[in-house]
Write a protein that binds this ligand. Structure first.
Ligand code: NZQ
Ligand code: ZN
Length: 385
């Protein structure tokens, strides 16, 4: 196991009725900006619960319209509003996009210089406005991590930043807020969480049995409960299990002391930037092909995954790896998420553009061994066609 330091400062309130807890989490005298997306929180009653919880708070402004794959352009409107209103606390209510967007707003308000450089040049963030959130879509883990992914529409850039300054102070995970999710978003969440685990698990071998078994527990749980929430969207226990699993998949814990990959995510971000696919759709396309192309260096963990996750005992090593990759693809398809570029109308001729995007963003040495060069990324995308 490699050395590590682990600190996750986000307080988690989990369960039915816990939105009321924000009454004590948000300072009474704060000038609050509630941020949200396209309106799902109005339809499913979440915003009403938030307003009720904050009824004794004096200063509340609202900013809606943060899109899926939140845009720099929209977020800068929120930054202007926040400055005008002297906002000093941000409350994000929604999915990963609203929470990611709110992290950017929090960092951009006090930032000196062009806030886009937070993404384009990883400019250091020295301070951020304090923030908390109410999560309505279990998927990204953004609710209690320090990462954020922002898209600049004008230039087709989808870039990530991370800073300890933007860790949320608290998150509320009430599984009942997720009953209203459309099937496709429920499935996206399960697949995103699954791939977060895989990016921290399916790498080169490291002597880290605790992390391995945490990761395997999450994978087995997602495989078991994912199909249940699709069939029974109002089944509380399954919704709760998925919400907790997605949180644990990317709150930092399973990734301590082990190598990380993240190539599936970086290649996937370029597919979203150019073609607008949902984040999880891109992951379902790319991961099986990363597993296929990088099978030799991942062999030891891939065989462990085949055995412990899918119970594959028959065949030689190559056959076992093939079966494990097929099982992974079948699971995504079972969740209703297609796994080929062609399923989304993306032709092989687009692969060169996707690889150019990777080069433009300096993503030329991806993977746990930094050996996914543009040439290897091309092979991966060809295999995903
Ligand atoms: O905008 P509204 O109206 O709220 O509707 C949203 C949106 O259309 C809807 N939705 C959310 N909760 C709902 C609901 N509809 C009905 N009932 C509810 N309870 O779902 C749609 C998608 O929402 P979005 O927030 O975009 O989805 P998700 O949570 O999957 O977030 C995806 C974004 O997170 C980034 C992705 O790249 C993408 O931009 N990621 C962030 C990460 C992080 N910060 O650590 C890691 C991830 O790997 C990921 O890259
Ligand atoms: Zn993801």
């Amino acid at each position: 196991m490699k050395n590590f330091s682990f600190h996750n400062p986000t307080r988690i309130h989990f369960g039915k009725g816990t939105i009321a807890r924000i009454a004590d989490e948000v300072p009474r005298d704060a000038r609050i900006l509630i941020t949200y997306g396209g309106g799902s929180i109005k339809k499913n009653g979440t915003l009403d619960q938030v307003r009720e919880a904050l009824k004794d708070h004096k200063s509340i402004t609202e900013f809606g319209g943060i899109e899926p794959n939140p845009s720099f352009e929209t977020l800068m409107e929120a930054v202007a509003l926040a400055k005008q209103e002297n906002i000093d606390f941000l409350l994000a209510v929604g999915g990963g996009s609203v929470i990611d967007g709110t992290k950017f707003i929090a960092a951009a308000i006090p930032f000196e210089g062009d806030p886009w450089t937070i993404l384009s040049e990883h400019a250091r963030i020295h301070q951020a406005i304090p923030a908390g959130n109410v999560l309505t879509l279990p998927a990204t883990g953004s609710e209690s991590n320090s990462g954020s992914v922002i898209t600049r529409r004008a230039t087709n850039d989808k870039l990530a930043f991370s800073s300890p300054e933007v860790f949320p102070q608290f998150t509320v995970l009430d599984p009942e807020t997720t009953y209203s999710l459309p099937q496709g978003q429920t499935a996206n969440g399960v697949v995103d969480a699954f791939v977060h685990v895989m990016e921290q698990y399916l790498t080169t071998r490291e002597n880290a049995p605790v992390q391995d078994r945490y990761a395997e527990g999450l994978l087995l749980t997602l495989i078991e409960q994912g199909p249940v929430v699709l069939k029974q969207p109002r089944e509380y226990e399954s919704r709760a299990t998925i919400m907790w699993a997605a949180n644990q998949a990317l709150n930092g814990l399973i990734g301590v002391g082990v190598p990380h990959d993240w190539s599936t995510h970086m290649i996937g971000h370029e597919i979203t930037a150019l073609f607008g696919l949902d984040h999880a759709q891109t992951l379902a396309i790319v991961l099986p092909s990363v597993m296929h192309v990088m099978r030799e260096e991942k062999a030891s963990k891939l065989l462990q995954y085949a055995d412990r996750i899918w119970g594959i005992k028959e065949g030689n090593d190559q056959e076992k790896m093939d079966s494990a990759i097929s099982k992974t693809r079948e699971f995504f398809e079972q969740m209703g998420i297609k796994t080929r570029l062609s399923d989304y109308g993306i032709e092989e001729s687009a692969i060169a553009d996707l690889v150019d995007q990777l080069k433009r963003h300096n993503m030329t040495a991806l993977g746990e061994k930094q050996n996914i060069t543009p040439e290897v990324a091309t092979q991966i995308l060809r295999h995903a066609a």
